[in-house]
Design a protein around this ligand. Structure first.
Ligand SMILES: Cc1cc2nc3c(=O)[nH]c(=O)nc-3n(C[C@H](O)[C@H](O)[C@H](O)COP(=O)(O)O)c2cc1C
Length: 359
């Protein structure tokens, strides 16, 4: 009998990790001027006992900077700024992937640099509240429907951003295809009403995501390229649509052909229905590289999912905010500290780097 796999079992293969606990990507809005900084380096280094850290969403394009104080990776200055972060995490024995997040229609012009614009597959407003540092709380604006040239240019921006991330010392990149941002806006039949080859059928709606993933693979290699997806997601006002299961089945099969490093699935919406649970099983079968599951996992649920071979890795988001030493606490059944939601998106060290390790 082989030994039961749990959260503390190393992962061997293309991805070699010291344990199966992944820090989920979390936007924290400390990137003043859209740059990484020593505070951000300290934050990630404090959490480097995780098998893998996935950074907060980082914009591959000025057009993807929809939120205030999120970082970018499209300029040389931004690329340089991330080197402190990768060095700090590697020095502490960790590994880290950068999440590339293009916010698409989820944004406001007050958050964008001069000359940038909100782009999306179709000109449909997300109608969501949006914080801006200069105008306070606003509502998202209606994005411009991307032209064929803008689609090409955006794919190239992702590939260049991935190359920049590798130059900055990252172990790989995760494409943010979840939670209602640009990639998912193409997948969703409600937010993508295009009549060209990027809209309509399942194959057409999946095209932008697959072409982006392929362009990144060609630039930095499949072993360094990963993706995050969230079937049945409604966050950011994403509407429900009929062929969700068929779309994600197709997508998982196509992404499998690219031999990516991993697929990171937010599973809670899928787990809520029989159709969704069947989809999770079918993705587990069709996608052969590593699978990460996320959302609401505890030590017990994570160990169970690994023992049942539902996933290879489990990611934790909020538990990492107030518990920099989450690994130690889970291993020793030490009570977890609760994070202060008021400082999730504020600008400084408070609620970011000042959570203590357990004594
Ligand atoms: C403050 C905060 C910021 C987040 N930012 C991102 C993000 O930038 N990219 C992303 O894919 N998910 C983001 N998420 C979602 C988390 O990665 C994760 O899916 C969610 O917290 C559920 O996991 P948990 O139950 O372990 O916290 C964020 C979550 C929180 C709490």
């Amino acid at each position: 009998m082989s030994e039961t796999i749990n959260l503390f079992t190393p992962l061997k293969g293309k991805l070699n990790l010291k344990n199966r606990i992944v820090m989920a990507p979390m936007t924290r809005c400390r990137a003043i001027g859209n740059l990484a900084n020593p505070l951000i380096a300290t934050y990630y280094a404090q959490r480097s006992t995780a098998g893998l850290i996935i950074t907060e969403g980082v914009a591959p394009s000025p057009n993807g900077l929809g939120y205030a104080r999120i970082p970018g990776i499209f300029s040389p200055e931004q690329t340089e700024s991330w080197k402190t972060v990768t060095q700090a995490v590697h020095a502490a024995g960790g590994q880290l992937f950068m999440q590339l997040m293009h916010t698409g229609r989820v944004g406001h012009s007050a958050n964008l640099p001069a000359g940038a614009q909100l782009l999306a597959p179709s000109a449909i407003n997300a109608d969501s509240p949006m914080w801006t540092d200069t105008q306070g709380m606003q509502t998202t604006e209606t994005p411009k429907a991307m032209t064929a040239d803008e689609i090409k240019a955006t794919i190239e921006e992702f590939a260049q951003a991935a190359a920049n991330a590798i130059e900055a010392g990252f172990d790989g990149v995760e494409l943010h295809g979840a939670n209602g941002y640009l990639l998912e806006q193409f997948l969703n039949a409600g937010t993508n009403q295009r009549t060209d080859e990027y809209g309509g059928s399942i194959e057409n709606r999946a095209r932008f995501v697959i072409e982006t993933a392929r362009a990144v693979v060609e630039r930095i290699g499949a072993d360094k390229t990963a993706i995050r997806l969230s079937p049945y997601n409604t966050f950011n006002n994403m509407p429900a649509y009929d062929d969700t299961a068929a779309l994600y089945d197709y997508l998982a099969t196509e992404l499998n052909k690219l031999e990516l490093a991993y697929l990171h699935l937010i599973d809670y919406a899928s787990r809520a229905t029989e159709e969704g649970r069947a989809l999770l099983q079918s993705i587990r079968t069709s996608f052969k590289p590593a699978l990460i599951l996320n959302a609401g996992y505890t030590k017990e649920r994570g160990n169970l999912a690994l023992a049942n071979n539902e996933a290879d890795l489990i990611s934790f988001g909020t538990p990492f905010i107030a518990n920099p030493d989450l690994l130690h606490r889970l291993a020793n059944d030490i009570e977890l500290a609760q994070p202060d939601t008021n400082t999730f998106y504020t600008a400084d060290a408070a609620g970011f780097t000042d959570y203590p390790a357990a004594v």
